[in-house]
Design a protein around this ligand. Structure first.
Ligand SMILES: [Zn+2]
Length: 180
């Protein structure tokens, strides 16, 4: 078993069939990872306040057949971002895009610093994150019909779509990357 210590941004927390919970993290040291949170209700309630999406946390992880969270401590909750519904929404979309596109287990200093800079300044830049992963939103046409603009990102297929073509995709599987 190996132990890791890292700073991380909480991308989301998911119920897990096998374990009590799984938390998705973008870590400074390991890139995007999923870690299980085990140990029953007592441990869950101890960690819960630290695992709100968007929190910057200091985590301790054990690695054996995947990661297990062994400790989590909040560094920053980015209250300034959460005060403004529009900024909060944009920040959540930025994190959802990172969840979808960041390869698992690959550290990426640029993404790490850009996430931190966005959240600290209260100016999430989803287009910068998208372009880092190879999506040029400014010049992109719809993957299905070629129309511009194509501001929607389909989480399942990673396709950029126009407003017409996105209607067949369920709303919770779409991210609006650019306001009209
Ligand atoms: Zn289209």
């Amino acid at each position: 078993m190996r132990e890791y210590v890292s700073d991380a941004i909480v991308l989301g927390i998911e119920p897990s069939r096998e374990y009590d919970r799984a938390v998705a993290l973008f870590t400074k040291e390991l890139g995007r990872i999923r870690a299980r949170v085990t140990g029953g209700a007592k441990i869950l309630s101890k960690f819960a306040p630290h695992l709100d999406p968007m929190n910057r946390v200091h985590v301790r992880l054990a690695h054996k057949n995947g990661f297990t969270l062994t400790d989590a401590l909040t560094v920053d909750r980015f209250a300034g971002v959460k005060r403004d519904a529009k900024v909060f929404g944009a920040a959540l979309r930025m994190l959802a895009l990172t969840s979808a596109l960041a390869p698992e287990g690959e550290p990426d200093e640029r993404v790490w610093h850009e996430l931190l800079r966005s959240l600290e300044s209260g100016k999430p830049d989803i287009q910068l994150i998208a372009s880092h992963f190879g999506y040029d939103l400014a010049g992109a046409g719809c993957e299905r019909c070629g129309a511009e603009p194509a501001p929607y990102f389909a989480l399942a297929t990673h396709a950029l779509l126009c407003a017409n073509c996105c209607v067949r995709v369920p709303e919770n599987a779409l991210l609006l990357l650019r306001e009209a």
